[in-house]
Design a binder for this molecule. Structure first.
Ligand SMILES: [Zn+2]
Length: 337
């Protein structure tokens, strides 16, 4: 049982459905079969990141057993406080659309240094499919000729978007999602959520349990739930739901992206023709979201009106032309920065 969180962001105790995978990695390490690079795949990117944090903590800890770091040693305490000198996390910076070559170079240089605590240095690249091609190419050298004490962890929910040259040089681990009962039980017993909060969090996170924890931690449940409900209750005669204007453009677009993704997937699986509209809507919203993340600040009322018009058109004959106009109008939105 660990006493400290595994990091400032994540809990220390591995969720029950991940314990075996962590223990198996430990056994591979002990028997010399663990590689120097591992791609961890999960549709829940937060779950993949949690797993990698737990795995790294276990790698650093001299007393680790049964899939858990001890939580007590100097290495574990430093890790729990987010100040472990042998652990480097690379993720897309705020306002950027990709992970750049400079970030990867810095991380690989860190791998060349002597470990401070034990015998290993670990770099975690979160959502590694967001690396530019140049960044991925700069990673290849360390994957081809790794220092003896290096471990590179990559997470992704979109394996196919990683270059084949990177994929072929890494071991791969697809994480199993928990069952619905496991997820609910874990949120209630290990994260202290009441049954109703756990149910809401899972629904808002589309069943992705670690993402549900993050939503709940951010106090965003009420907001996201109100947003999610507004997508179901839109009455064309009333115009955009008022809450769309009360939240940030990024929060609105994130929630709408999740909604479009879920509905698109359900429709495609059900072979409903509207599925392609939802996916196209997702693509349009994703373009706009990227621009907002890069610093574009379209007037809120214009953004809400444009997004609402597009959303209402989804599934109608006019959607193709409406979505084309929407993409064209993004240029004009940029001019309002
Ligand atoms: Zn320890």
């Amino acid at each position: 049982m660990t006493a400290e969180p595994v990091s400032a962001e994540y809990p220390a105790k591995p969720p029950v459905w991940l314990v075996d995978h962590l223990d198996q990695w430990r056994q591979r390490r002990v028997s010399g079969r663990a590689g120097h690079a591992l791609i961890v795949m999960s549709q829940d990117v937060e779950e993949a990141s949690l797993f990698c944090h737990l795995l790294a903590a276990q790698e650093f800890c001299a007393e680790a057993s049964d899939g858990s770091a001890c939580g007590q040693c100097p290495s574990c305490r430093a890790f729990g406080q987010g100040v472990h000198g042998d652990f480097c996390v690379v993720r897309r910076s705020d306002g950027k659309v990709s992970i750049g070559i400079d970030q990867i170079r810095q991380a690989t240089q860190a791998l060349q240094q002597t470990p401070l605590y034990g015998s290993i240095k670990v770099v975690l690249i979160e959502a590694a499919d967001q690396m530019t091609l140049a960044a991925a190419n700069s990673l290849l050298k360390i994957l081809e000729e790794p220092p003896g004490n290096a471990l590179v962890l990559l997470t992704t929910a979109a394996m196919w978007q990683l270059p084949p040259t990177v994929r072929s040089r890494c071991q791969r681990l697809p994480l199993p999602p928990p069952t619905a009962d496991q997820a609910k039980h874990w949120l209630e017993t290990e994260r202290g959520m009441d049954a109703e909060t756990a149910r809401r969090a899972l629904r808002l996170a589309d069943g992705k349990v670690i993402s549900a924890v993050m939503l709940e931690r951010e106090g965003a449940l009420s907001l996201y739930e109100a947003l999610a409900l507004s997508f179901d209750e839109t009455d064309p005669s009333l115009g955009p739901p008022p809450i769309w204007s009360k939240v940030s453009a990024a929060a609105l677009l994130e929630a709408l992206l999740l909604c479009a993704e879920r509905r698109g997937r359900e429709a495609v699986l059900g072979r409903q023709p509207i599925g392609t509209d939802w996916l196209r809507l997702h693509s349009c919203l994703g373009e706009l979201y990227d621009r907002v993340r890069r610093g574009a600040t379209p007037a809120q009322d214009i953004l809400v009106a444009e997004v609402y018009r597009l959303y209402r058109n989804c599934g109608h004959e006019t959607f193709d032309s409406a979505s084309s106009r929407f993409l064209t109008s993004l240029g004009r939105m940029d001019l309002t920065v």
